[in-house]
Ligand binder design. Sequence first.
Ligand code: GTP
Length: 603
Amino acid sequence: TPLANIRNFSIIAHIDHGKSTLADRLIQKTGGLSDREMSEQVLDNMDIERERGITIKAQTVRLSYTASDGETYQLNLMDTPGHVDFAYEVSRSLAACEGALLVVDAAQGVEAQTLANVYQSIEHDHEIVPVLNKVDLPAADPDRVKAEIEDIVGLPAQGDWQDGGAVLTSAKTGLGTEEVLEAIVRRIPPPTGDAEAPLKAMLVDSWYDPYLGVVILVRVMQGRLKKGLSIKFMQAGTQHLVDRVGCFGPKRTELPELKAGEIGFITAQIKEVAETAVGDTITTVKNPTDAPLPGFKEVQPVVFCGLFPVDANDFDKLKESLGKLRLNDASFQWETESSAALGFGFRCGFLGLLHLEIIQERLSREYDLDLITTAPSVVYKVHMTDGTLRELHNPADMPEPVKVANMEEPWIKAVIYVPDDYLGPILKLCQDRRGIQQNLTYVGGRAQVTYELPLNEVVFDFYDRLKSISRGYASFDYEQIGYREGNLVKMNILVNGEPVDALSMVVHRSQAEARGRQLCERLKDLIPRHLFKIPIQAAIGGKVIARETISAMRKDVTAKCYGGDITRKKKLLEKQKAGKARMRQYGNVDIPQEAFIAALRMG
Ligand code: GTP
């Protein structure tokens, strides 16, 4: 295909606005699959993605479309992950395209998260084609949403689609599919790049396939990628031999080569995705390009937590499962950790909270593991009095206060979009979480608020709170904006005088009392009575800042329990044994598993 007949584009859409349904329509229209094959949604191919409605791994399809001008075009549709945690991956997918469809639900209108991706797309100099989907819905209001696209996004949308306006579609009925394809061909520019220059290709994504090994999605910027070629990953500094070249149409098809301007996949006998870095530049060993592509970034986990098996016998199984997950997800990191309360487990790092949730859910669902997750923590920078700097991933590793000169914590800039009615409580939530308001604007009946917030206040349950306060209407997007000094302290929870490591956390001094009190109150309800009085305390260093007491059980109650006939006693003992597995002994206090989980779910 000549460059002039290639179009590379992605679809930007808020969750549920119909990205997958529209993509399916495009595939159907261009004959990539039979009707029977179409019955399965093609792009979202993982169960969890489907159920949660989140696209996690980028999938790309090549379509062949004969346009009204009589020419046949190669359309490469690049799917992008739909969540903030995967922002860097999104940026690389966008860098591989020349244009984008901006799909907006014609009833819901523009959402904050869509905006973040649109701005990125604009930064990549994309030609953006607005698509108003779901026009079949009675609540659809294309005129209002067109005006929103012009006001909020700053893209022309009003005119007819042939004159640069938005395309109206119903991915459900198929209305407008042809127009979308025509708009792609007419409005999105073809790629440029010299096929005879030395190879320069971007590693856009990679995933593990049990039959092929690691499959790498590439966009060739210049030169050619062929089977048998010795290639070099410029950032990783490694070399490989290309053994397959091809594309997905959406079925996997092998091709003789991929040349400048094209998107497709290669395999090169790579065993783990960890060997491939998104954004890396691929060139040839023999005739390399002189400089790598700009914009490469090594992704770093920002949220850490401990994962412990509920049943200590599951440790090896958990380890194996984590290893399997890592095969396909290099951004997820882990190392072994031991806790006096929870036994042996793993300290894991994630790109964000959603990433954490996804991994947690896979472990419990796909691998059938019962897990305890400790409170998520961010990475703190600890400046020691001896002048050294430490990165703190785990509150349990916090150095003694006297050795700490000061601490820094990561901050984010959050953009929240919310209907007017819910604005008050949202502002209060941000304020309570040490937020600094930056901006507040209104569009229609909705407010857009920008806050700077410490990430550690967000990792607790900010997102859940936001959703419940706004009845699900608020949307939230964030980016990291660097580290700032904060008055941070380690708070210990003592049960019967003994610190429970799994419950310790780093908090801002101003939040410590409230959090400590809350935690103690919860634990009081969660830990069963014993034969003796149990104090529960929250403490900073040696100073107790909150305290609750679980009163002692009355002796005669137990006496009665353990008396009686032999079968009853046996039953009781069995029950006790079963219960034991779910208890952690702490000093001489039994703390039930649920207590850890519930206590850590901060309100
Ligand atoms: P993610 O994959 O979660 O990002 O969602 P998505 O944007 O891909 O949305 P998806 O295509 O899964 O559509 C979301 C819901 O909207 C589904 O229930 C679709 O059936 C429905 N839907 C999609 N397009 C239309 C449309 O044109 N009209 C109507 N009425 N419903 C639609």
